[in-house]
Design a protein around this ligand. Sequence first.
Ligand SMILES: [Zn+2]
Length: 467
Amino acid sequence: MDSAQNHKLPSPIHIVTSSTCAEFTHLLQSLRQSTVVGLDAEWKPRRSSQPDSSPFPPVTLLQIACQFQAEKSDEGPKSEVFLVDLLGVPLGDVYQPIKEMFESENIIKLGFRFKQDLVFLSHTFSTQGCEPGFDLVAPFLDITNIYFRLKSQNSAKRCSKDTKSLATVCEELLGISLSKELQCSDWSSRPLSEEQIQYAAADAFYLLEIFSVFQQNIVNKGECAASVSVGDDDHCRMMQSILTDFGDKIVLKESDKVPKNTNKKVKQRKSINGNKKENVEVCTEWQGPAPWELSVGGDGFPKFLCDVMIEGLAKHLRCVGIDAALPSSKKPEPRELLNQAYKEKRVLLTRDVNLLRYQYLAENQVYKVKSLLKNDQLVEVIETFKLSISEDQLMSRCTKCNGSFIQKPLTIEEAVEASKGFQVIPSCLFDKNLEFWKCTTCHQLYWEGTQYRHAVDKFVSICKLKD
Ligand SMILES: [Zn+2]
């Protein structure tokens, strides 16, 4: 398997940093020649909890992979990738060319769940004087639809319509592994690192590649009017035929251009109009599989990352023996959270519905907890993830740091020795012949005293371990 990050793309990458540079002229020229473009955008993510005047994150980079016919007709199509630095190029200079490309009947636009990008992009432009922003991308092909089309041809049973990340799609269709790590990098810092450049370009470029696989597939199957020979006319007819069968468009309505009120119940994937193409609302129901599941190469042990708002749930999960980490920083950015979840193969539990939008960074690794109270949250997580909790698992993990206990319990003498300097063991425990447990990570000592028994009783009751 090839790692896209370790290799340069086969297409040239042009970074457009101003409207006076040669690359800008080159971009305009390429847009005029293109028949197919792959689109992607990067932005600086923010938390909904942060007070800010702007409802959407500003898009800082627009990637456009252009494909056009070579001048000599015996060569195949050529492609080039443009990274348009929206922090450098005056938006007024690039607004019309982009808008024309979005709306041009002669250019097929490819994207991967591009509606979200378009909302942010439109907002970025319209707030800087480019009214009314962008409200139409047509003709448009969603790579997800192409993927499902290709998959359903190759397997007898209908493949599931689970959300797939672009990385998964690339891996399955092209055998190329796209690292997700850079998705979490800061896309507003300049200059972009070489890795960021390659990464950003790859996201747009491989849309063209996936489309090529699709075109080839159609030619092979003779599914459209064009036969196997792909001359200029045939090529046009094939494109027309693809558009007739698979063409779509993204239309932004006024309601799309205002932020969703997060206090309202989030629309659920299945409940609205049933039109999958239009429907890019985030799904709040857990779909799975979780990263620890054996079917996806996990070790079978559930692991969670609790967002800062639900630290109490983390402690509760630890009390019932479940591995529940907290974010590594106090005010984590969404991408940091997703990055941590991805690296540690955890499911991020959050109350912030906006984090679901970042699911594509770590597939099946975000769950929005619906319950408000800790005890209810615990039950919700146990039921949603079908966690098996047994009584001997209770209090088997350090509630302070999520660490595990040393295998063998300590005697009172050993415990007193171990506690010196940071923890006081009440002298009333000395004659009670108790067992002490030490956390391997933070060395906190726990013992099976009254508090312990109360806690066990409490969790036996919450988790309904006894009928
Ligand atoms: Zn500990």
